[in-house]
Design a protein around this ligand. Sequence first.
Ligand code: GLP
Length: 255
Amino acid sequence: MALSSQTTALAQIPRVHIFPTAGEAADAVAEHLLATVKRNPKSVLGLATGQTPRHVYAKLVHAFREGKISFCDVETFNLDEYCGLTASHPDSFAAFMQRELFGLADFDPRKTNLINGDVQDVVAEARRYATRLKESGAVDVQLLGLGTNGHIGFNEPGSASDSHVRVVDLADETLSANQPSLIELTSVPERAITIGIADILHAREIVMLATGSAKAGAVRRSLREAPSTDCPASFLGTHQAVHWYLDNAAAAEIG
Ligand code: GLP
């Protein structure tokens, strides 16, 4: 990976890469994922939704269209899904993935694992997804975004470091933060299924992308405070191979 010339590594915080703009941070994350898939075309990727990774996915699609990469042997696991939405509902994370990535490149639908939010028995669905995750062995690279309250996936403050796939109630801050991203719904679903913090930490490598000033406080708490359930992303500090990709705005408070 050609990161060294454009990254700022903080001596006291290894693997924190800071870029002038959000676009450059996302470009570097895309390069990281592309290098992973080039090294091992059968990589298992953990994928995230939200506004932050959209540029990353656009870069992956661009590389595919230019004939530089194939994703046909890649297996993916998404982090989370709202309860109550069909995969075709525009506000579901399944639809997001189809629009932003899966439908625009050569991913094999049999290998793109998504949580089904449209089920009567959400506990059984969480169990099914946990089993699939376990069968895959381990995620090679887990891509994450960051909630303004420090959540990862939908592991809200209060989530334990040994949590696994489960049904969760979303925090008020998350309901407000995700409201502007809605396409058809008028309010954010209050429940979701998410993989747990222990599942995230089980990945061989973790890539966190956080950009914009709204994330600066959560970035500081995650990197500067001791691991605590108050800020779920702080548990990433216990992982051996986590990369933080930040723009200047998100890095503003880590000093
Ligand atoms: C969402 C998702 C997270 C995502 C985060 C940030 O609720 N569950 O996986 O990382 O919130 O979203 P955004 O990138 O839109 O700020």
